[in-house]
Design a protein around this ligand. Structure first.
Ligand SMILES: [Zn+2]
Length: 434
């Protein structure tokens, strides 16, 4: 699914030109919306196969798809009721990509395959997932295609995790690949060496406590939220947190439950800690906000606090109410971590704009806006090259995907400098014959 401006999001209506009736299976690497947000659309285009993913992904995806279908229906109803929105004046009605019934169909067609087990997809294609780090349930896809001399091992990286996003374990290189399809999101970037989000968060907590400030963290539900919880828990154990953490993100709270059930995917010391009954994502100062009444009390209260609320791009969800209240208020700090999508409120805030539009209403920004470095859940260019270099039985062809042109070219150059790989800078919807 494409996120961003109205024009960009209109592209979601058009699926790749494939006759979906003839597609046997779809393999999903992980449950981030840019990877799975349009899957339920396939059923209105004739797809009758199954969607293969890991068990953790299969626990989260049905909830995401159903709430996405509900949100699309609500946006359409609001448009027809003349509710003020962010849409351009001349916009046609907002698209409904799939219905709640199609979201339900997606839930029924999921086939969870645990890491390391091999599943026969078709007569001559075998599938296996290996851990990708990144987020709970994220899998590197291994396909064995064909037989004998006409066979190839195709590895599809999905998003490769960073070494710096606990509780998830760091990514491990595949053992073998003939063809590697590789993500390049952060291909041009190097994580700043001095990035120390823990120290920065400790400063924010001390400042909030001393100066009675509210610190708002617009939070992505899967990955970022749990990374924040882990870091806050660490501050709490070191007696550096001092302020309550209010967690106002229903999807993130649900996903955190899935993290807890799959704690064997954490880095080893944290997996052991979880198994010993000491949850690395829990701490005394954590409060879950489950009712809007509690939210009203929070707004009235003048106590210092950290507030985590979805969504990370500030384009919907509980964070909007916090932003409406907090942005015009000099006692608020809004913390942005990592990537902000173009044409979203998070990008406008990151760019330092002092007048922004929050769900159609202009607001003067008096709050302090802070960027938190070192929070990306994607491997940086160096880590990706190391990950590829670690493949013992190395690929002869590498195809780069999932990255802007600049990032893709930068990663291609880095890879070509290491070894004589054939690196293809494939573009969206480009077909490659294997
Ligand atoms: Zn992802």
């Amino acid at each position: 699914m494409i996120r961003g401006s109205w024009e960009d999001e209109q592209r979601n209506l058009t699926l790749p030109k494939i006759d979906w009736r003839w597609v046997d299976a779809v393999v999903l690497t992980h449950v981030h919306l840019d990877h799975c947000g349009r899957l339920a659309m396939l059923f209105r285009h004739g797809f009758e196969g199954h969607v293969y993913c890991t068990p953790a992904t299969a626990e989260i995806l049905p909830r995401l798809a159903k709430s996405s279908a509900r949100l699309q229906r609500t946006k359409l109803a609001e448009f027809h009721a003349g509710v003020k929105t962010e849409l351009p004046e001349d916009a046609e009605e907002p698209p409904v990509l799939f219905s709640e019934r199609e979201a339900q169909l997606l839930a029924e067609r999921l086939r969870p395959i645990p890491y390391g087990l091999t599943e026969q997809l078709t007569e001559d294609v075998m599938l296996r997932f290996e851990p990708a780090g990144h987020i709970v349930g994220a899998g590197v896809v291994h396909l064995e295609c064909g037989t004998g001399t006409e066979s190839a091992r195709v590895v599809f990286s999905g998003d490769v995790g960073s070494k710096h996003v606990p509780p998830m374990a760091a990514p491990v290189s595949p053992r073998a690949a003939d063809i590697l399809v590789l993500e390049s999101t952060n291909g041009g970037r190097v994580r700043p060496k001095d990035a120390d989000p823990d120290a920065h968060l400790a400063e924010l907590a001390a400042e909030a406590f001393a100066k009675n400030r509210r610190v708002l963290f617009p939070t992505f539900a899967i990955g970022r939220a749990q990374n924040f919880l882990y870091r806050f828990a660490k501050l709490s154990r070191a007696n550096k947190l001092h302020v309550p953490v209010l967690f106002d993100a229903p999807t993130a709270i649900f996903a955190t439950g899935v993290y807890r059930r799959y704690s064997e995917q954490y880095r080893p010391e944290l997996a052991r800690q979880a198994q010993a009954g000491d949850d690395p994502l829990d701490f005394d100062e954590l409060h879950y906000i489950s009712k809007r009444r509690e939210m009203k009390e929070i707004k009235r209260s003048r106590e210092p606090a950290f507030v985590m609320a979805g969504s990370g791009f500030c384009d919907g969800g509980p964070v909007m109410e916090h932003l409406r209240h907090g942005l015009p208020n000099p006692d608020y700090t809004v913390v942005l971590g990592g990537f902000t999508a173009p044409d979203t409120l998070s990008r406008a805030l990151a760019n330092g704009e002092r007048e922004v539009s929050v769900e159609g209403t202009k607001i003067q920004v008096e709050a302090q806006i802070v960027a938190l470095e070192g929070m990306s859940g994607h491997a940086d260019g160096g880590t990706i090259v190391d990950w590829v270099h670690g493949i013992q039985d190395a690929p002869s062809i590498i195809m780069l995907n999932h990255g802007e042109d600049e990032a893709r070219s930068a990663l291609a150059k880095r890879l070509e400098a290491v070894r004589d790989w054939q690196v293809l800078r494939t573009a969206g919807e480009e077909r490659v014959e294997l």
